[in-house]
Design a protein around this ligand. Structure first.
Ligand code: WTA
Length: 660
């Protein structure tokens, strides 16, 4: 393991990884992506994207591929017209696949439903007619606040079909979070459920809507799906889904909308201030969602069974449960519940039941599976899995290897996909069958995408160097702005490297010696120890590479001598042994980090904790851990998935066994 000099670099490159896994000849031969794709995109980027757009059905063809004259506001496929829902549903029925299952839906309590493309077409048509009957049409905003049930997908597609914009708000958010999002984009309609299943028990959902709507005068109607049969208070604006939608005609003629017609808003929280309503439009978004789904996941519509474990409340659910998969005529699994209900093998049971062949999840879940133990997936037949994906955070090399061995049978290629709500679709990822994968690295921009690692001056760093990740070319599924706040859009993404015209993603990254890209976490999390800028990701990866550690979060806490000192919070693996949290064991962990990265990265302090504070989409909130590490009162915890976690951590610390 090497250590870089550190001076003059935006971010130090400390950890090296030498394992690589070339694709098997069999996989490479059948892969959707072939090496020539890179050359093709490089030779003529716009022609390449035009060809990808041909994957879709256009009612009117575009006249210009890209108009970037009003940068940073892009127009893709100028003059083209299409209907997004038609592309995801009807055309598959018309091509003779009406009987193919689109969605194998699995409810948390064990109920299930198989929905064919033919049925999906009828359900979406009825829902679209229902929207029209309420006067909802082009450019109206519709808030969707629902658990993972089929009606949530019907609702999104119905909006797309009539040209209304959906704003999906994750069902775990509070009434106040829902209200501010409804208000920001003045939604006229809310679609929700009576309740939702949470870890085996029905929990009410509608009371939060009632509270939010009481303070959001733009809302005219609330459509309520009956899911849990929980008793609900009935308001003037309420109408049951089964009364309104089920009585509609199942025939609906989709209208073609402009390629730049708005498709959805999705709110993402910034580090400070109110959430940003990220705006996406139709033609470019669907083109890139569809292209990436096909190539990155090697999707074969006739044989694969695909499962993305995200919630539709996040962008991953939008692009890789709804628009990417359905535009490719996938058969997919949609699961309503949590991964440990009723037991910790639930995901593997579902993989076995449906013969899932492509599985896409998040590092936080993989590390949770590690904590639960490898004997759990080992009990199930996972031999159908042939491609695995990861998204949402840097995946530590050890978690990657664990995933490959215990889920992928030691052979399924893993695609570590880097992208953001703002990018709309995958940007950086190995192409399975083409690229030899490397544990922990997202590796290279996809064909057609421009991404670089640059220093403070916007100059590309050499191989082996670290810095900031930027996107140096507009891409089809890029955000078209922040709803109602042009200035914030320019400021947040385009001001840092304004001179160069780069989009700044907010992430630290590095090149390894082969020029592959490694993501190093949000730049706000970078630590500065004795003048070395150290990424939290690398120290966390070093900790997770120790056999006793399942998960780690690292923060910089102010230190009189070194500027910042590294403080680590670790969760031990199941079976790590009762002395794994003792003073000797902690010392071994510190030494392990020193050996893996170098003495500079040795944590000043390591605390063993039962849980880590995470957002509802599974990202670690290091800000709160910094408060603990610096003995401050813990700050705002409202976006935590489980706010009691901070109490648990503090209680554990007071018992005083944490330091060495
Ligand atoms: C992080 C999720 C490392 C990154 C699609 C990014 C990743 C933020 C990866 C966006 C990855 C996402 N490796 N980091 N493969 N994928 N991230 O908007 O910090 O929820 O900027 O979109 O997640 O999160 P968002």
């Amino acid at each position: 393991m090497t250590q870089s000099p550190g001076q003059g670099q935006a971010l130090d490159n400390l950890l090296t990884e030498s394992r690589t896994f070339p694709p098997s000849d069999e996989f490479a031969a059948q892969a959707n992506a072939q090496p020539a794709l890179y050359e093709e995109a490089k030779a003529d980027r716009e022609a390449f994207w035009a060809k990808q757009a041909e994957r879709l059905h256009w009612d009117t063809k575009w006249t210009q591929v890209l108009d970037w004259s009003d940068a940073p506001f892009a127009k893709w496929f100028v003059g083209g017209k299409l209907n997004v829902a038609y592309n995801c549903v009807d055309r598959h029925v018309e091509s003779g696949h009406g009987d193919q299952v689109a969605i194998h839906w699995e409810g948390e309590p064990g109920d299930s439903r198989a929905i064919t493309y033919g049925e999906l077409q009828r359900e979406v048509s009825k829902a679209a007619n229902a929207l029209t009957s309420l006067g909802i049409g082009a450019e109206d905003r519709v808030a969707i606040y629902m658990p993972m049930i089929p009606e949530a997908i019907f609702a999104m597609l119905a909006c797309a079909r009539v040209g209304a914009m959906h704003s999906v708000v994750f069902g775990g958010f509070s009434a106040e979070a829902l209200r501010t999002r409804i208000e920001d984009s003045a939604c006229r309609l809310v679609i929700t459920t009576d309740g939702q299943y949470r870890r085996g028990t029905p929990a009410p959902l509608k009371p939060a809507v009632d509270e939010a709507v009481a303070g959001a005068p733009s809302v005219e109607k609330v459509i309520v799906v009956k899911r849990t049969d929980t008793e609900v208070a009935w308001m003037d604006k309420d109408v049951w889904w089964h009364e309104l939608v089920d009585s509609q005609s199942d025939q609906h003629t989709p209208e073609a909308f402009d390629a730049e017609h708005p498709l959805f808003i999705l709110y993402t929280s910034g580090t400070t201030g109110k959430p940003k309503g990220i705006l996406h439009t139709s033609g470019g978004y669907l083109t890139q969602a569809s292209y990436t789904q096909h190539h990155v996941f090697d999707l074969k519509p006739d044989t694969d069974v695909y499962w993305c474990t995200a919630d539709i409340g996040w962008v991953t659910g939008h692009s890789y449960i709804v628009y990417g998969p359905l535009s490719n005529r996938v058969t997919q699994v949609v699961y309503e519940g949590t991964p440990n209900t009723p037991h910790e093998g639930r995901h593997w049971e579902i993989v076995q039941k449906y013969g899932v062949s492509i599985y896409y999840t998040a590092p936080t879940l993989i590390r949770t599976f590690m904590k639960w133990g490898a004997e759990i997936p080992a009990k199930f037949d996972l031999s159908s899995l042939r491609v695995l994906g990861s998204v949402g955070e840097p995946i530590n090399p050890e978690a990657w290897i664990w995933y490959r061995e215990n889920v992928g049978g030691g052979k399924a290629p893993i695609v570590d996909t880097w992208w953001q709500t703002e990018t709309g679709a995958i940007m950086i990822s190995p192409l399975p069958g083409v690229v030899s994968t490397k544990p922990g690295s997202a590796q290279r921009p996809l064909p057609g995408i421009g991404a670089k690692v640059v220093n403070d001056e916007g100059v590309e760093v050499p191989h082996g160097g670290g810095g900031y990740l930027v996107l140096d070319e507009p891409w089809p599924s890029m955000l078209r702005g922040i709803w109602g706040d042009e200035e914030r859009y320019r400021e947040t993404y385009w001001s840092r490297f304004a001179e160069q015209g780069f989009y700044f993603a907010g992430d630290g990254a590095k090149y390894d010696d082969d020029g592959d890209i490694w993501l190093l976490g949000r730049v706000d999390d970078v630590m500065n120890v004795s003048g070395h800028r150290i990424s939290t990701t690398e120290v966390e990866s070093a900790l997770v590479s120790h056999p006793t550690v399942a998960e780690a979060a690292v923060v910089g806490a102010s230190d009189a001598t070194t500027g910042q000192g590294i403080v680590a919070f670790v969760i031990l693996r199941g079976g790590a042994g009762s002395d794994a949290g003792g003073a000797d064991a902690i010392k071994r962990l510190r030494d392990h980090v020193a050996k893996e990265i170098g003495p500079i990265a040795k944590p000043r302090q390591i605390m063993v904790v039962p849980e880590l504070p995470k957002t509802r989409s599974g990202k670690i909130m290091r800000r709160l851990l910094r408060d603990v590490a610096e003995n401050r009162a813990v700050g705002d915890v409202t976006t935590l998935a489980d706010s009691s976690v901070m109490d648990l951590i503090s209680a554990g610390l007071q018992s005083g066994k944490s330091e060495d």
